[in-house]
Design a protein around this ligand. Structure first.
Ligand code: RUB
Length: 264
């Protein structure tokens, strides 16, 4: 795959999820560095990959790390840390208990690893409009033998009484809250309003200290082909304030409540 193809796949959400975007980008860069070194071509590739999906912070953090230490060894170290993060996160599943009824949203490799590890009784997965990434989550969970129910995004209130805990992945962990797929915030608020827990999962490479931060707005045509006189908006992410967070599982450990915020 050349750079153009990779950037397009990332922009079109064919390669999706913060971790996979970063992993595919770093693997491409490792290959490029092996063939051509760290010259201007490498710099340009970094810039184009970094700006393809601007909200997720993990690729940004890896590229900043690479600016400090420009080596293929560093690239391989970052790749290996990202490869192992779902397994490490799953390793802390004991903190959540067992036989839970879970609500989840979108498709996150790190959340899916945690959900599988808690051996849930049932998982309600939202389809995740407008691009339906939740269908992938439902397929993966079901294939691993977990009872899975696919619901529309607006049906979370209809099933909330049957839910023990909502588990979400994340794109960026910021002082003001946790950034994830649009729709996470209303689902987190709903879950807490019904006295249930909201758990996020994500590697600490997603800790976000950027001053300038963009919440991606995607093309309105993904929502609807158009209605005369009607403006259509398509925000791709939202920010869940820490007061809705019951706990956070990272690749390093379990942080109860909002205690991970102190590390940002
Ligand atoms: C995906 C999304 C995921 C996070 C975490 O959004 O919001 O929950 O990226 O995923 P999109 P992971 O489909 O728009 O990329 O745990 O795989 O990093």
């Amino acid at each position: 795959m050349d750079l153009e193809e990779l950037v397009n796949k990332i922009k079109e959400v064919k390669i999706q999820g913060a971790r996979r975007i970063a992993l595919e980008s770093l693997r491409f860069l490792e290959n490029l560095a092996a063939q051509r070194g760290f010259g201007p071509e490498f710099e340009e590739a970094c810039e184009r990959l970094r700006s393809a999906r601007p909200t997720a912070v993990v690729l940004f953090n890896c590229l900043e790390e690479l600016k400090r230490v420009r080596s293929r060894e560093k690239l391989r170290e970052l790749i290996s840390r990202l490869e192992s993060s779902p397994e490490k996160i799953a390793g802390f599943s004991g903190k959540l208990g067992r036989n839970l009824s879970i609500l989840t949203h979108c498709h996150s490799t790190e959340a899916v690893a945690l959900i599988k590890a808690v051996e849930p009784e049932v998982v309600y997965a939202t389809e995740t409009r407008p691009l339906y990434q939740g269908v992938k989550t439902a397929e993966e969970l079901s294939e691993s033998g977990i009872e899975t129910v696919l619901i529309t995004d607006s049906a979370s209130g209809a099933v909330i009484r049957d839910v023990d805990v909502a588990i979400f992945g994340c794109d960026a962990i910021r002082r003001e809250g946790v950034v994830n797929k649009v729709g996470t915030l209303p689902m987190a608020a709903l879950t807490r309003a019904f006295g249930k827990k909201v758990i996020f999962a994500g590697t600490e490479l997603k800790l976000d200290r950027r001053e300038v931060f963009t919440l991606e707005e995607r093309d309105p045509s993904e929502v609807h082909p158009g209605i005369p006189g009607v403006k259509i908006r398509n925000p791709a992410f939202d920010v869940t304030p820490w007061r809705f967070v019951s706990g956070f599982v990272t690749d390093v450990g379990y942080y109860p409540g909002d205690s991970l915020r102190d590390r940002i």
